[in-house]
Design a protein around this ligand. Structure first.
Ligand code: SAM
Length: 222
């Protein structure tokens, strides 16, 4: 990470932390559309444990736990994770949901090929440099078992809000202190290089135009 990115990362972490303190349940209580999709995909593959990255206050982790999955949720906001843990306890789901502080710029904690499914809603479009983004996807590939599934959702470059964001370097953009990236299809394809790309679906959620991506770590790597 260069100095600029270290500072950006720190500022974004503070931004998210204070957003969650100011507004508990910031993202609402219902699941994201991507989580509903992921539950179907993981269930059909006979998977019952999920690693969720950038889980926030856990609307999707709690949803997945209610569907019977065991979920390990991580985020770099302690305030968000505290809300997640409290809600899991309140709903009696704390035996199925664990939460840990983790910045995905650091290597993922699991050992190689030990995870069956990874889910990340609106994480990959956060303030990552292109090399951080590629490293993150490589880490997810590393921890997944062969045949393991990764479902993620990101903002699309076709989002009408994209033009109102101030352009920064490295393809990032800023609005209201939050920094992120709008994905085009070529970036989705590039990140899928070592994977089997199962589907890439554009969709709308709230006022946002999104991409949902499902990809599988090949059983036999070429
Ligand atoms: C748009 S929110 C989405 C939260 C959640 N996935 C949801 O859909 O409700 C993005 C989340 O990514 C987390 N995040 C951003 N950068 C991160 C990083 N480097 N490591 C871990 N979490 C990060 C933020 O704290 C925030 O909770």
């Amino acid at each position: 990470m260069n100095t600029g990115h270290v500072e950006l990362a720190r500022a974004q972490q503070e931004r998210w932390e204070s957003a969650y303190v100011r507004r508990p349940r910031l993202h609402g209580v219902g699941p994201s559309r991507a989580a509903e999709w992921a539950a179907g995909v993981f269930g059909a593959a006979g998977i019952d444990d999920v690693l969720e990255l950038g889980a926030g206050h856990g609307r999707d982790a709690l949803f997945l736990a209610r569907q019977g999955f065991s979920v390990h949720a991580t985020d770099f906001s302690e305030a968000a994770l505290d809300q997640l843990r409290l809600e899991a306890q309140r709903e009696g789901l704390d035996d199925r949901v664990t939460a840990a502080l983790h910045d995905v710029r650091d290597p993922l904690p699991p050992a190689d090929a030990t995870v069956n499914a990874v889910f990340a809603n609106l994480l990959l479009n956060m303030a990552f440099s292109p090399s951080e983004l590629r490293s993150l996807v490589a880490e997810i590939h590393r921890v997944l078992c062969p045949g393991g599934i990764f479902v993620y959702a990101v903002w699309s470059a076709a989002d009408s809000c994209a033009k109102h964001w101030r352009r920064l370097e490295d393809g990032l953009a800023m609005h209201d202190g939050f920094v992120g990236r709008f994905f085009d299809e070529s970036l989705v394809t590039e990140l899928a290089e070592e994977w089997r790309l199962d589907e890439t679906t554009p969709y709308d959620e709230g006022q946002r135009r999104m991409w949902r991506v499902t990809m599988t770590k090949p059983v036999q790597e070429s």
